[in-house]
Design a protein around this ligand. Structure first.
Ligand SMILES: Nc1ncnc2c1ncn2[C@@H]1O[C@H](COP(=O)(O)OP(=O)(O)OP(=O)(O)O)[C@@H](O)[C@H]1O
Length: 299
């Protein structure tokens, strides 16, 4: 199966600042991918490279096997909703659907669009400028979904929504994924949203990918070890230490390992996705790193 997203040594520099560095990734199709990281980590930069709004400074990126925005066919296969869920304030909801139909002739699913609008309780005659932030986000998602893309790229789709609306939006998105043959890449700095909607995660910190993979697999190959104070170097070579914490008498490590930890000296606990993401954000997971801004963990 073709990877939806393949990046090799991908980097983007704005003047002297690197927004994305040495990004090598291969994301399989048919997944809902959560791109998670703190503010300024490089999430929007990676998504903009994926949809062809930016060109790489180094390396290469392929999306659905082709060059992002390389030709009309490629543009039709990818839907994109930018961070500020852009809509036209003076256009009505119905105008937006007409525009979607005109811009995406051939793939546009008017019935799907109208069904969503009606289910969401949006008045077709209402101007987008008079919609709430959440309703505008839903309208933008409707346009993205009704285009019937193979890949939908969403930059912080739920940032402006209240907790109930974010839950409904993500539920809606998952239904769209189940109904259509669709892959989704969405960015968020809220781990619980990713936990709720995604089955694949990419953790981006300080312009670098720290870890990427199937969430279930990552959670079965990472554990927390708690026990008497030890040096990380004393752990077996097949237990890769991601993060470490010590008190005078105790050590707590988050390790990546393919095998069960049988040493009775350790209490072994499984991790939540939030534990895992925070561990990869820890400075020891990123040698030479400055402290990272906090991630939100909304429930
Ligand atoms: N047009 C630009 N010119 C200069 N620097 C930029 C530009 N766009 C982004 N940057 C810088 O690149 C880095 C990554 O930005 P990016 O928007 O990709 O991060 P992000 O993870 O999406 O952040 P957020 O969660 O706040 O949206 C930041 O340091 C940012 O200041």
């Amino acid at each position: 199966m073709t990877a939806v997203l393949q990046a090799e040594g991908l980097g983007k520099r704005y003047r002297r600042r690197w927004a994305l560095t040495d990004c090598t990734l291969e994301v399989p199709a048919g997944r809902v991918v959560g791109l998670v990281g703190p503010n300024g980590a490089g999430k929007s930069t990676l998504l903009n490279l994926a949809v062809g709004l930016l060109r790489p400074t180094t390396g290469a990126i392929r999306v659905l096997g082709g060059t992002p925005a390389g030709d009309a066919g490629q543009l039709a296969r990818v839907g994109y909703v930018a961070q500020d869920t852009p809509t036209y304030a003076a256009f009505s909801v119905a105008d937006h659907l007409r525009l979607g139909a005109r811009l995406n002739a051939g793939t546009w699913d008017q019935e799907l669009a109208e069904r969503r609008v009606s289910r969401l309780g949006l008045d077709p005659a209402q101007r987008a400028g008079r919609l709430s932030g959440g309703q505008r986000a839903q309208l933008a998602l409707t346009l993205g979904v009704a285009k019937r893309p193979e890949l939908l790229v969403l930059d912080e789709p739920v940032a402006s929504l209240d907790p109930l609306a974010r839950r409904e939006f993500l539920q809606d998105l998952m239904e769209a994924v189940a109904e259509q043959e669709l892959s989704v890449v969405l960015s968020s700095h809220v781990v619980s949203d990713v936990e709720r909607a995604c089955d694949y995660v990419v953790v981006l910190v300080d312009s670098r990918v720290q870890v990427a993979g199937d969430i279930d697999t990552l959670l079965t190959t990472h554990v927390r070890l708690t026990g008497p104070r030890r040096d990380a170097a004393s752990l077996p070579a097949d237990q890769h230490v991601v993060s470490a914490r010590h008190t005078d008498r105790q050590s707590s490590f988050i390790v990546r390992t393919e095998r069960p930890v049988l040493d009775p000296v350790w209490a072994v606990d499984s991790l939540t996705l939030e534990d895992l993401v925070l561990a990869y954000m820890a400075p020891e997971a990123r040698p030479g790193a400055a402290p990272t801004p906090a991630l939100e963990a909304l429930r």
